[in-house]
Design a protein around this ligand. Structure first.
Ligand code: FE2
Ligand code: FE2
Length: 243
């Protein structure tokens, strides 16, 4: 699978990755909806992907979370497989939905996606789910041998083999490590699959009941409920509007 990501198959240094910024048609930190070759999970262009934007299907007037999975986050293979792993392992529903949602904000923004994701979902999920989404990002950099979590080899490719997380990430880790919900965030990292199996197709509809019990779907539709994050959902709905 690594070969699919071309240059990502090699572990560069932080400086080498930095030197590649002006060789790309997009910024690595911006969301997939803003990048050419919209299926690039790590901001890397995949050979054979189109050179220009593709038209997005219109959203229904009162979009639900599942509509976003179908029309904006798709294929969302990574989060669907992660949630399915948590479900198969018999994790509580809050963990399963945290796994399902933990990276989808990357459609909008990849830099600091834990914080963006937590903010995007905060009005609609429990505090614990919000916490798990927010802190999984920082926990990814820090092993916890007691529960079998090691530093992801993939991070040597994504961030550079000599990468050191910045102080705010370390501070977030320290805060989370001592929090009563540490294991909720840790469970997201434990189910955070980087083994994308193209043959393991998980239909988002599989999680309909869990979403129904753990996600407060606004009756006006996501983006139209006047919540503090409604504009974020509208931006995901219509990223082509000029202003
Ligand atoms: Fe993540
Ligand atoms: Fe992830």
């Amino acid at each position: 699978m690594l070969a699919k990501f071309g240059a990502l198959a090699k572990a560069y240094t932080v400086a080498e990755l930095d030197s590649q910024i002006e060789t790309r048609p997009f910024r690595r930190g911006a969301g997939t909806l803003f990048a050419v070759g919209a299926s690039t999970p790590f901001g890397k262009r995949i050979a054979g992907e189109p050179d220009t934007m593709r038209r997005l299907a219109p959203m229904p007037p009162k979009p639900t979370l599942l509509d976003f999975f179908r029309l904006r986050f798709a294929p969302a293979t990574h989060v669907l497989q992660s949630a399915d792993k948590a479900l198969t392992a018999g994790m509580p529903e809050e963990i399963v939905i945290a796994c399902l949602l933990h990276d989808v904000a990357q459609a909008l923004m990849k830099a600091d996606h834990g914080w963006w994701g937590a903010q995007l979902f905060e009005p609609y999920v429990s505090e614990k789910v919000t916490f798990a989404i927010r802190y999984h990002q920082a926990l990814r950099f820090f092993p916890d041998h007691a529960v079998g979590y090691e530093y992801p080899a993939m991070y040597n490719l994504i961030f550079g083999k000599d990468y050191v997380p910045p102080p705010y990430i370390e501070a977030a880790y320290e805060y989370c490590r001592n929090h009563k919900w540490y294991m909720a965030a840790r469970q997201v990292t434990l189910n955070d699959l980087y083994s994308f199996d193209p043959n393991h197709v998980v239909d988002p509809a599989k999680f309909t009941d869990i979403i129904g019990r753990n996600f407060k779907q606004p009756k006006e539709g996501l983006g139209f409920d006047n919540s503090p994050v409604a504009h974020m959902w509208r931006t995901i709905s219509t990223p082509d509007v000029p202003l």
